[in-house]
Design a protein around this ligand. Structure first.
Ligand SMILES: Cc1cc2nc3c(=O)[nH]c(=O)nc-3n(C[C@H](O)[C@H](O)[C@H](O)COP(=O)(O)OP(=O)(O)OC[C@H]3O[C@@H](n4cnc5c(N)ncnc54)[C@H](O)[C@@H]3O)c2cc1C
Ligand code: SF4
Length: 511
């Protein structure tokens, strides 16, 4: 019985469920389609990464004896949609069955649900067991809980997978060392250079194609240097373990204007397409700790991101889709200002993050959360527009991970499913955690004057707009009290400044 085994662009793992049990007569299908490159205007470096990794993966499968059917983007016969390419392959190969690993995104799962009717062939969707928490595991965790908290999920995951455990107790006697991971970067401390990967001939060909086809997308394919094979991705991660992991914890939340990567691992892009295995990353980090080569606060912090946050947001996404995508708990309704796409703003922090995002399709977590995300939260930007931006601009962006982070963690638009309080912060936080403010056009200490930091006025305006809602949240008690204690004249001036800033943005004027 011949089977058509479909591998999607973010499923490039040799152990993929849909490849298991492949037999003579089976064909593996991979298809580059315009539809997947343009449902949002993806950063050209993300498109290059996915297409080049697909081409390398297909070549490796063929070298190992798999029969591979591969559709290139510029093939004149290309139907340019996943369903269209599966239908074309089914018509040509006449398989008795189609097997595919469950897609990561709701949108693609809807497509797959239509394949059987479109092709007239039975379709088997097998579970994606590259994730460490199955959807069933998460449903059981969520059952009966009024609030889902990552911390409790993470502890269950540590126990279930025996990661950083000493018998029945957490290594070091504590589950979480986050309080040690919030240091500001001291002057003069510079992170080490990052291992990057020069494009080979395959990647160069893809870069030319992408530049030609997606010239209007934000950012450029130029400068692309992501890993595109599992071997390269593992080499990049090995360098992180050897050089940066030991400092990852201390400076995890720090930001610096000329340092886009700091001590971060840069594994999300290769991990999300399947070139790395999440459990292997956690085990390797744990071994580094056990060997005495990295401290526990760094290793636990790193493992929590992968075993905890990454799995948790995926669980939330699948538990609540599709209604999650329509949530807008704070009624945010403003348009996305043009500077998100151009970087043309006098706010040095925002300009720096948008600028490095354009150059590298990368910003680290605190930049995404506390600079662009925080600005979008405070200014009341509509979650649909913000979601679209985050999905478009990052090389690691897939809706299952992007949306709970953006709509949930950054915008609090999910009403508190991902986080118990909004991550709202004024300029003081940014000043403490970065070197952006020193050379900024704006004055981080001022909230109401002509040169006052926009984050300050927008912060107090945000708290005032939602004071009724937040007064019932004990974790928001401090800012609500701060608002009540503010002299009425001062509050009026601050809110006037916020209104002016929002009006400037609405008219497209530069701020
Ligand atoms: C608004 C917003 C949008 C985001 N969008 C995405 C996205 O589209 N794709 C994506 O992979 N991550 C997203 N994140 C999470 C996080 O910012 C990135 O995973 C991280 O910056 C990737 O860089 P790194 O590999 O150097 O991460 P490190 O800081 O070195 O962390 C290691 C790994 O942990 C995982 N991780 C860390 N934090 C999270 C998190 N909050 N959710 C899920 N996984 C996490 C990632 O796989 C990451 O590679 C988003 C965060 C925010 C606040
Ligand atoms: S002063 Fe305000 S706008 Fe300027 S860098 Fe600091 S936080 Fe950003």
């Amino acid at each position: 019985m011949s089977t058509l085994r479909v591998v999607l662009g973010d499923q490039l793992s040799r152990g993929l469920a849909a490849l298991r049990g492949a037999a003579a007569g089976d064909t593996v299908l991979l298809a580059e389609v315009v539809g997947e490159c343009t449902y949002v205007p993806h950063h050209p470096q993300k498109i290059v990464l996915v297409l080049s990794a697909m081409r390398h993966f297909a070549a490796a499968l063929a070298a190992d004896g798999f029969a591979v059917r591969y559709t290139r983007l510029d093939d004149p016969a290309n139907a340019q949609s996943l369903t269209g390419e599966v239908r074309r392959a089914a018509a040509a190969l006449r398989p008795e069955k189609i097997v595919v690993t469950a897609p990561g995104e709701w949108r693609v799962a809807q497509d797959v649900a239509g394949w059987e009717a479109a092709c007239g062939v039975p379709v088997e969707v097998v579970e994606d067991d590259r994730f460490l928490a199955s959807r069933k595991f998460f449903e059981v965790f969520a059952r009966g809980r009024t609030q889902l908290r990552m911390e409790f999920f993470y502890r269950e995951m540590r126990k279930a997978h025996g990661v950083l455990m000493d018998g029945g107790v957490p290594a070091g006697g504590k589950w979480n060392f986050d309080s040690e991971n919030r240091k500001a970067l001291p002057k003069g401390l510079r992170p080490p250079a990052i291992k990057r990967f020069a494009p080979d001939a395959v990647t160069q060909e893809v870069m030319t194609l992408v530049k030609e086809k997606f010239a209007t997308h934000y950012g450029s394919a130029d400068g692309f240097d992501y890993p595109v094979t599992a071997a390269q991705a593992r080499a990049g991660f090995a360098e992180f373990l050897a050089v940066r992991l030991k400092d990852f914890g201390d400076w995890q939340d720090a930001m610096a204007a000329d340092e886009p990567f700091m001590f971060h691992a840069l594994v999300s892009a290769p991990l999300n397409v399947g070139l790395l295995d999440p459990l292997e990353l956690c085990r390797a980090a744990e071994e580094t700790y056990r060997a005495g080569a990295a401290p526990l606060n760094a290793v636990e912090g790193f493992i929590r991101q992968i075993l905890g946050w990454r799995e948790f947001v995926r669980g939330v996404y699948w538990l609540h889709m599709p209604e999650y995508a329509a949530r807008n708990a704070l009624g945010a309704d403003k348009r996305l200002p043009a500077f998100f796409w151009t970087g043309a703003t006098s706010m040095r922090c925002v300009a720096a993050v948008v600028g490095q995002t354009m150059r590298h399709a990368y910003a680290h977590h605190i930049q995404r959360l506390m600079i662009t995300g925080n600005f979008a939260l405070l200014a009341g930007l509509h979650p649909d527009a913000v979601d679209e931006w985050y999905l478009a601009v990052y090389a690691d962006a897939y809706e299952w991970v992007e949306m709970p982070n953006t709509r949930g963690m950054a915008l609090h638009a999910d009403g508190g499913t991902v986080g118990s309080k909004p991550y709202a912060a004024s300029g003081a936080y940014i000043n403490r955690m970065s070197d952006y403010c020193g050379k900024c056009f704006y004055d981080v200490k001022d909230a109401a004057g002509d040169r006052a930091c926009p984050f300050n006025a927008l912060y107090w305006d945000f708290i005032a707009r939602h004071a009724d809602r937040f007064s019932g949240n004990p974790r928001m008690a401090m800012p609500v009290r701060g608002l009540k204690n503010m002299a009425p004249g001062k509050l009026a001036a601050v809110r006037q400044r916020a209104a002016w800033l929002l009006e400037q943005m609405e008219t497209g004027a530069k701020i």
